[in-house]
Ligand binder design. Sequence first.
Ligand code: C2E
Ligand code: CA
Ligand code: CA
Length: 770
Amino acid sequence: AQLITMLATLATTENTVRESVNEDLQVAERTFDQLFEQRFYQLSQSVQVLVDDFGFRSALASNDSPTIVSALENHAARASASMALYVDLNGAVVAGTSQDDWSDQPGWLAIRDEIIATDYLLATVTLQNIQYQIVAVPAMAPAKIGWVMMGFAIDDAVAAEFRELTGLQISVYDPDTLTQNQFISTLDNNHEAQLITFLQSTKMSSDKEVVSEIILADESFLTRIHLLAGSSRPLFVVLQKSLRQEMLPYHAMENRLIMLFMAVLLGAVLAGLGIGGNIVAPIRKLVMQAERIGSGNYAVEIAINSKDEIGQLSTTLNTMQQEIARREFRIVHQTQYDDLTDLPNRYLVRDRIETAISRAQRSNGRFTVVMLDISRFKKINDTLGHHIGDILLKETATRLIRRQRKSDTAARMGGDDFLLVLENTDLQTSIDLVSKEILPLLTSPHQLDEMEISVKFNCGFVEYPSHADNAASLLRRCEIALYEAKLSHPGLAVYEEGRDEGHLRELAIVSDIDKAMEENHLRLYFQPKLNLQTGELHQAEALVRWVHPKYGFLPPDEFIPVLEQTGNITKLTNWVIREAARQCWEWLCHDINITISINLSALDLMDPGLLGQIERAVDDYHILPSNFILEITESAVMHDANAARAVLQELQSAGYRISIDDFGTGYSSLAQLKSLPVSELKIDKSFVLNLTSSSQDAVIVKSTIDLAHSMSLKVVAEGVETQESMTLLQEFGCDIGQGYFISKPIPAGDFAAWYQANRERFITPEKVAA
Ligand code: C2E
Ligand code: CA
Ligand code: CA
């Protein structure tokens, strides 16, 4: 901006100077023209005075030559004219102040002819390289006898005088005789020579003024050229002014301007440096800080100790950085830690297990993972409220942490499941640690408000590397162990080889068995047994169903085997016994007398409380032992025949009938059964289903019936699906039939209605007669 202003100022100044010089030139031009006319006038006056002079007239009349010459000389001197002449009527010079002979000069010849033609004359003429302003007036004595002429030389003196007057350079020239000796000029020789060269190359026309700037010897001159008025021959005047001269005072100003420019520039640079130091550098720091924050590095704080906006900005940025760091920490924490207990969550604990694995690999060591859950936590939540549940969870977490060694990790997996990773600890040590130290601490009563609550825990154990070698399997198998723990009595279980993934669903289901009984998810169905000989319906088999809140309707095959494997079948059996007894009583109340077959497992036989349980149920519901038939599978009996025999004996003595279920699948022989207190055989449905199509099955069934009868055992055929097989069984002398042809298992609540509708259905007239 400064530079532009400066250049503009300089340009304007130069223009102004140029214009003012131009004006000077114009004024000078007019002045010169006036001066020129003035001289003509002056000459005319002088000549007229001379011509009118009486003495001069007399001298002319008398042709007194000496007097004429002296008069001419006197007048010329008085008018400061350069010459004075007297010429006759032919234009020949008679007398004059100059002795020069001009008769052969072209200038002279031209004006002579003019004088003769016009009488009066004002003209410029070049005579012997000198230009003159000439005036000619007729001389009378008293008749016209010739002319008196007077002239001013236009010479260097005139030019110098003009220059004096106007301060301009002036040059006068005749274009026809353009040489240095005829060139009148105030310029010095050098400039003069150059101007002549310029004029020689420029064709001047008489009617045009030329205004231009020309350069003479590296100096610029503003120049006006014009034709002089009143000359018979073209005579040009060149007026010039040197720009350099005129510019001189402005150069001083120009220099001051440049100085000012430099000073301002210096000031701007210094200010820039100052701004750079005070604003740009801190801003650059802030930018770098922002980039650091962007890339997630919150460690560095910037210190800008100024109180201005930059300082405020840096403080804000620091605060923002802290806030972001805090928030990011919180978010990361939330993804890795449990909100309620602040323990590591299931995702973080997986990492911890992976770390433990790599540590154990390096040291060739082992470690244990323990999963714990609170027994019946749902019930606590439901009865005491979630608030209490949360407190219990938090308390448990606190206790776990209190007990924790430095190398251990306690985590919450969700719900009421916790996890311990016990590093450098083998299985046995960790079982001891958990059962002797951790569990006593966890199960000690909690004092909540007014009440005291104590909870039980189940714990599943897995050991690295013996049970699994990666985090995912360790966690899954630990969960399996926990399910088994829920089903085992002290609530502890170690993962057992082979009980793997496929098992998980069943385990998950079965671990809910307590809840199922409490919350009434179990149902008894009853499948009628038909007396094939009389057509009477006096028996039914109790078959359990589970309506699981999550998995829906579950057939017994899905959970009975798992309950048996995990040793939990007894709970179910006891429930079935009581429920069957209650149902039996209810029917009796409606005058329906049904003997109910109850399925017992091998494990039930080992339960010393079995008989007591049955008797209590029978007593409580005022029914009779004869209302029950106890079914035991062939394989269960054969597993430990001696032990079984004792229990069965006891049951039989108490009045309960025993039935051997699924007979034919256990590879026992009837001979072996002979020693057992058994009153009924149930031929397995696999033989009955194809009875009419397979002659082999028919033979087996027929001979089994015969043999059983020979041992005075009643025979039940299960899986009777068609009329044909039922007819055949009747022909074989089978006592009782059970199967879909007679009825599918019926929900307890529907049984009475079904019974009323079907009690007569199988009784044929012939049988009634019999
Ligand atoms: P199970 O004791 O042999 O029971 C007979 C099974 O055969 C029942 O299956 C019954 O629905 C089915 N069945 C009856 N008639 C027919 C027929 O005509 N054709 C065909 N294909 N099948 C027929 P469910 O109810 O699924 O019971 C399966 C097994 O679960 C039972 O076999 C029994 O071993 C066990 N179970 C059922 N309830 C209990 C119980 O309360 N305690 C124990 N320990 N085991 C039970
Ligand atoms: Ca059965
Ligand atoms: Ca069976």
